[in-house]
Design a protein around this ligand. Structure first.
Ligand code: G6P
Length: 490
């Protein structure tokens, strides 16, 4: 907030994302609030709470419309509002084409190298473009000046930066791509590769989590566009407009609000053991994610199977608790994963379990942030085994939850977070045997070593928190705005 006042006086901040930060659902006649399971939302919501402004998103809750006052806007957070939520209502057809289709059956598997074949349908592309237009109109409606700072979020809106630039040429558009960007050859299979890159190059600043993803993007722009690439300054110029391409590793708020009011670790442990029916003296490993095929859920269960097979001393003592929130279940790849996970867990439980001992416990439902933090605090180890992941904020949340400096993080080397959290036990989720070995090492790690590793990781997340992520982008934007003013005056 201070940074905005000092560096960008009078600036107006608008955020655009598909997912809204607060979903209002109607349950038995009552309105119940839900905080969605979304790394994007966990990161951006505290920033908006601090900065104020307007967040434009698709209204997805069953009672969203009931909570809207005038003109589809509602002040949030409920109870203590600091910014405005503006909902855009999408029809089922728009959702099918733009969200389920192009975004989640096309771009999601395209950008995550997870061996799920991307599907590209012309009809989805048309809807995607049309929905991007609708959000561009919403940005213009919400902007009270002709030079707002618009924070465009994620792969749902690749075309939006260009559309905003056409409508509001003086806007500063900061686009953040929350998922990986693949190499140029992989990206080139997308039938609309030029349009997507062109759309993104409407941005003033284009951010990715890692340098590697920036380089992949620059390579694609170089190959498919008539653009000039300046590798020294990491920028792309197309049609006289320059876009800075930078790495801004995303993070979480510090201190995390879900940590406030948490019971001591021993009480969290007792609560989780009671709620999920775990043995009282269990060594507990946890995984917390959306039920998504990029997260390596099956690979993790295979590793548990291997651990209990090769280290029978853990049978009866070790449990793996998987909290998995159903997501995008309308899509075949997602419902199939859910069914296969349940089947595989039953098979492994039958192999290694016995009366009163179930090695794998699945909790398939939505989990609110405070419950997630309680689960983290109850765990001896947390496993993040993404096959490919932009950053992965679960890894950072686990670290943030452990103010007792205990617990071991087993982390995939294919998650952006592994670049920063190098004191985790870094694994290759495709290598079952080594993942089982890492779990075994984690279970045997001394409390002193756990403390040393956790201490370093907590320092990292504390320093590189999400306010710093936002501040770095806003400071870069402030510099570019000042420079543009100087150049305009010259
Ligand atoms: C990833 C994406 C976000 C998305 C989240 C949840 O983190 O980068 O844009 O919000 O998944 O997915 P969903 O489709 O439920 O919003």
């Amino acid at each position: 907030h201070r940074l905005l006042m000092e560096e960008l006086p009078g600036a107006e901040v608008l955020v655009v994302s598909n997912r809204e930060p607060y979903i209002h659902n109607r349950v038995d006649g009552e309105i119940v609030l839900q905080r969605p399971a979304s790394g994007l939302v966990s990161a951006l919501e505290p920033v908006m709470r601090a900065c104020g402004g307007t967040w434009i998103a698709h209204g997805s809750g069953s009672a969203d419309r009931d909570t809207v006052d005038r003109n589809d806007r509602v002040p949030v957070p409920p109870g203590d509002p600091t910014y405005m939520l503006r909902r855009v209502w999408l029809s089922d057809e728009e959702q099918d084409g733009y969200y389920y289709g192009l975004a989640n059956e096309g771009l999601w598997p395209l950008c995550h190298i997870s061996f799920v074949r991307p599907i590209f349908r012309d009809e989805d592309w048309r809807r995607y473009r049309a929905v991007n237009e609708r959000f561009a109109d919403a940005v213009v409606q919400e902007a009270s000046r002709d030079d707002p700072i618009v924070l465009v979020q994620d792969y749902h809106f690749a075309l939006l930066p260009r559309m905003i630039r056409e409508r509001l040429p003086r806007a500063t558009v900061i686009t953040f791509w929350h998922i990986p960007w693949p190499n140029a050859e992989t990206f080139s299979i997308c039938p609309w590769r030029e349009e997507i890159i062109d759309g993104l190059l409407g941005s003033t600043i284009l951010g990715f989590h890692t340098r590697f993803h920036c380089n992949n993007f620059l390579e694609a722009a170089d190959r498919f566009m008539e653009s000039r690439i300046d590798r020294e300054h990491a920028s792309v110029t197309l049609g006289g407009h320059e876009t800075m391409v930078r790495a801004y590793p995303i993070s979480i708020e510090w201190p995390p609000s879900a940590l406030a009011g948490q019971a001591p670790v021993a009480e969290c442990r007792a609560a989780v053991i009671g709620r999920f029916g775990l043995p009282p003296d269990a060594h507990i490993a946890v995984g917390v994610e959306r039920f998504d095929y990029t997260k390596g859920l099956l690979d993790r269960i295979h590793a548990v199977d291997d651990l209990l097979g090769t280290h029978p001393e853990w049978r009866g003592k070790f449990v793996y608790l998987q909290a998995a929130s159903p997501t995008r279940s309308k899509l075949g790849a997602y419902s199939a994963l859910q069914a296969e996970t349940v089947r595989l867990a039953e098979e492994v439980n039958a192999r290694h379990g016995r009366d009163g001992y179930t090695p794998i416990v699945l909790s398939i439902r939505h989990h609110e942030p405070t419950e997630v933090f309680e689960i983290f605090r109850a765990a001896d180890l947390c496993i993040v085994s993404s096959l490919h992941d932009g950053m992965n904020l679960v890894a950072k949340e686990f670290v943030a939850a452990r103010d007792d400096e205990q617990g071991v993080l087993v982390l995939s080397g294919f998650a952006g977070a592994s670049r920063e959290l190098s004191e985790a036990l870094i694994v290759n989720p495709y290598d079952t045997r080594s993942m089982a070995a890492a779990m075994d090492a984690a279970l045997r790690m001394s409390t002193a070593e756990q403390r040393e590793r956790m201490h370093l990781m907590r320092d990292m997340v504390r320093q590189r928190n999400v306010y710093r992520w936002a501040a770095q982008m806003l400071l870069d934007a402030a510099r570019l705005r000042k420079r543009a003013r100087i150049l305009a005056g010259a």
